[in-house]
Design a protein around this ligand. Structure first.
Ligand SMILES: [Zn+2]
Length: 63
């Protein structure tokens, strides 16, 4: 069974969490990446296998 995780579109980290009530105002739901600090309403979802694959490719690029 594929397990989807939400990942940062910028750095591909899965350390993403909801950002709630910035400075007290209610806006659209946003997410923040703990890794690079990227904030946005759209974070991509990948399944874990796909994420692993991309990470391996990344590792191969930068040994
Ligand atoms: Zn990020």
């Amino acid at each position: 069974m594929p397990k989807n995780v939400r990942v940062c579109p910028k750095c591909r980290s899965h350390r993403v969490r909801y950002l709630t009530n910035i400075a007290g105002w209610l806006g659209p739901r946003k997410f923040i990446c703990d890794e690079c600090g990227h904030i946005g309403p759209f974070f991509i979802e990948l399944d874990l296998d796909e994420l692993k694959k991309q990470r391996e490719e990344k590792t191969n690029d930068q040994p």
